[in-house]
Design a protein around this ligand. Structure first.
Ligand code: NDP
Length: 286
């Protein structure tokens, strides 16, 4: 039976810690941290993510602004709004909910957000800083995973870690952050030959694929720590489920994260942390 890391509980604790600090900071600096979230279009999943982020921000005592734009918003209009927020001294964090509609260039949008306000940690300058081991805003999902591993008392240094997935927002920064904690890291992807042979080497296995229950017991070394980043909708039940077949893998893993209630809430808690960091950095510069 694996130890289950509740991202929900840890996220609650992180948010409570932030909420406890906010009144004092608000008194000291004359205003609360402010997170601005922009949503273009009406994708139901994105709407729900944006709503949760706004709710979290309010819960911890931040000022929260959600800017909802119609699906056909021109890229130029979105860039204009980002520019205004960049210049606004009362805004600490800017997040554009991804994906944006196809007529908008996602890379251009990410680059337009001032790197000091890039609470997602997606700006190329932040990405470069991460890979060069310089000060950066850490992307929320891998940051949340590392926090969960630490909370569970998992030793990362010297361990063999395998990350399945190599996206810019999850797989690659995840691998880099594990590497920076002195794990020996392998990145697997859709072209990996004999995936099971690779993943069965892992002491720490992170699945960030987006394929419902693809990680079966035969992909997992007994006693491994298994982190499930994937969020998928089970077509049979309509419920959310991960990339890991929890029923099969939980009995053989030493530590596992559930979906829902695992990495997802931690991603949002780390977004709150990043917003606080951006706020403190901007106040320090004054
Ligand atoms: P992407 O689609 O950008 O990347 C998926 C990765 O999985 C790719 O690198 C792809 O390989 C790899 N892959 C696809 N099929 C296979 C396969 N059969 N075997 C091995 N590797 C495969 O997704 P994201 O990284 O954006 O997200 C991954 C998952 O994490 C999704 O379910 C997403 O919803 C979830 N997510 C969850 C978050 C949270 O807070 N919990 C936050 C962000 C994402 P290749 O590069 O070769 O195409």
């Amino acid at each position: 039976m694996a130890k289950v890391i509740s991202g929900k509980d840890l996220a609650k604790k992180i948010k409570e810690d932030i909420a406890a600090k906010v009144p004092e900071l608000t008194a000291k600096y004359g205003r609360a941290p402010h997170l601005a979230v922009i949503l273009v279009g009406e994708d139901p999943a994105s709407q729900s993510y944006v709503k949760s982020k706004g709710k979290d921000a309010e819960q911890v005592g931040y000022r929260s602004t959600t800017i909802r734009l119609p699906e056909d918003t021109p890229e130029s209009k979105l860039l204009e709004i980002i520019d205004e927020l960049n210049k606004d001294e009362q805004t600490d964090g800017i997040l554009v909910q991804l994906p944006v509609p196809a007529h908008i260039d996602e890379d251009r949008i990410i680059e337009a957000i001032a790197k000091e306000k890039d609470v997602d940690g997606f700006h190329p300058a932040n990405v470069a800083a991460l890979w060069q081991k310089r000060d950066c805003v850490y992307p929320c999902t891998p940051k949340g995973v590392i926090r969960m591993l630490d909370e569970a008392g998992v030793e990362i240094a010297g361990k063999r870690a395998v990350v399945i997935g190599r996206s810019n927002i999850v797989g690659l920064p995840m691998a880099k952050m594990l590497l920076d904690r002195n794990a020996t890291v392998t990145i697997a992807h859709s072209r990996t030959a004999n995936l099971a042979e690779v993943t069965r080497e892992a002491d720490i296995l992170v699945a960030a694929v987006g394929r419902l229950r693809m990680v079966k017991a035969d992909l997992v070394k007994p006693g491994a720590v298994v982190i499930d980043v994937g969020v998928n909708r089970d077509p049979e039940t309509g419920k959310l489920a991960g990339d890991v077949d929890y029923q099969e893998v939980e009995p053989i893993a030493s530590v596992i994260t559930p979906v829902p209630g695992g990495v997802g809430p931690m991603t949002r808690a780390c977004l709150m942390e990043n917003t606080l960091e951006c706020y403190l950095n901007s106040q320090d510069k004054k």
